[in-house]
Design a binder for this molecule. Sequence first.
Ligand code: DP6
Length: 346
Amino acid sequence: MTRRVLMGAATATAQANIALAKYWGKADLQQNIPAVPSISLTLQGLTTKTRVRFFADRQPDLVFLDRREASPKERQRVVDMLDRVRSEVGCDLSAEVRSENRFPTAAGLASSASGFAALASASVQALGLNWSPTRLSRLARRSSASAARSLFGGFVELPTGEDDRIAARPLAPADHWDVRFVVASTALGPKAVGSTEGMERSRKTSPVYAAWLEQAPMWTRRIRNAVRARDLEELGATMERSTLLFHTCAITSVPPIYYWLPATLGVMSVVRELRERSGISAWFTMDAGPHVKVLCQAKDAPRVRRALAACPGVLDTKTTRPGDGVVSKVQTAAPKLPRARRKRVE
Ligand code: DP6
């Protein structure tokens, strides 16, 4: 076997985020531009660590996810991002990517946000490029829009707009507000319909989609103000409206997409009871899957978690707090690529 010549290596660690104001639907499928603005909270401890190494040969890129070789579909999404970075510097080095998720078993949280945020940062650093977080966020957004938000810690906004330059921006740091998300996992295994496919189906077939496009920007504004004012009642009530209307789009698509299970509805009802009977300010949100994430104050989290764990069909619960953005480290400095070989694509 011939020895491969290593040209640059870096690792990056990114954490998952949960949207308070949901992104659902694309204004431009090719450029992956969200149709609505969204706001999220990056979470501590739900981490993806990714190492990227570039070699001076033209072998096919190798991609390993959680120590197994990526499926052709998974690999293509990774290679598409690597190609964007390579075209930026005009290089044709081959890459080896190893990515591992440190998610608790059955946490039920998507790993694509933390995964593509970590990959964006590691691949750019491994080629010796020094991009701003905004530029990395833009790169991550093209692969998965929620990943654009995981570049930053704390409360993060991803606007929408007309062109490909859209990137997330920090709204408030992780220590701005000591809230908790209690995650109730209600199923094992991957979701039935991926979010990319689900939102396209909603856009093309749901009669409710037009109402979603009309309402969502207003809710994002209210959520932005509620985050700034640390107003949990206003944030929670608006967050629930956002998730309910996006799920209504999914349910009214043709064919319908039911992300919820009976346990999902059970947890939603427990959350309402916590508010109405116990006076606890707890608020639910769901993504493209059956798990429920409940926002509450830090002091109420143990009680909320006990109530969720007792709910039939809940397999696992976890309490998470606001977390930081991407952290990366260059392991082997890439040789300086001649300026003439650098192509500007933006
Ligand atoms: C329901 O970011 O996974 O979690 O851009 O097609 O990769 P793509 O979609 P993705 O969608 C996330 C949708 C959501 C809501 C949210 O996180 O805002």
